[in-house]
Design a protein around this ligand. Sequence first.
Ligand code: GRF
Length: 203
Amino acid sequence: KRVVAFISGGGSNMLALAKACEAADYPAEIVAVFSDKPQAGGLAKAEALGIPTRVFERKTFSSKAEHEAAILGALSEIDPDLICLAGYMRLLSGDFIRAHEGRILNIHPSLLPLFPGLHTHQRALDAGMKVAGCTVHFVTEGMDEGPVIAQSVVPVMIDDTADSLAARVLTVEHQTYAAALKLVASGSVFMRADGSVERLTSE
Ligand code: GRF
């Protein structure tokens, strides 16, 4: 399966997916990396791996609709099977999602449905959570609420700060996203028309 990854920052999740794709039996390849930020550190990481990159800077477009139209146009040229949002910090419109329904994955640094949105690690600490983690889900119109594909749990340590917890979660994000993409790219897991997730495997 051919994948386009969307990034806004360091791209460590995109890099983890690209590394996983290097395995001979891995059923996906990253064919392009899109970013909404020209300074995104992940762009250099993608280019170092020979992956084509495209930048769609929001302020160079007159509206959100124009911005998304440019991205959708580039996507239609590439015609990917899947889109992986990897640290992409922009909400996609319903029209955009419907154009690729069931084919957009996202990773979120919390155990959804707990802590959708931003500052997930500080909120988990403030709530006194003893575990934290990440979620890979299909993207639907609502923010961080699509059907779950995979989750991983990490312990919260007594002396954790948001940064130390974020670092522990980020490590499992990489493993979890690679595992989730493999399940979807292999056809073992897919989103049904009614929005539920079908699992053909016990993994
Ligand atoms: C990660 O915690 C990811 O879950 C969140 O952005 C952070 C940085 O991701 N969405 P990356 O290093 O840019 O992949």
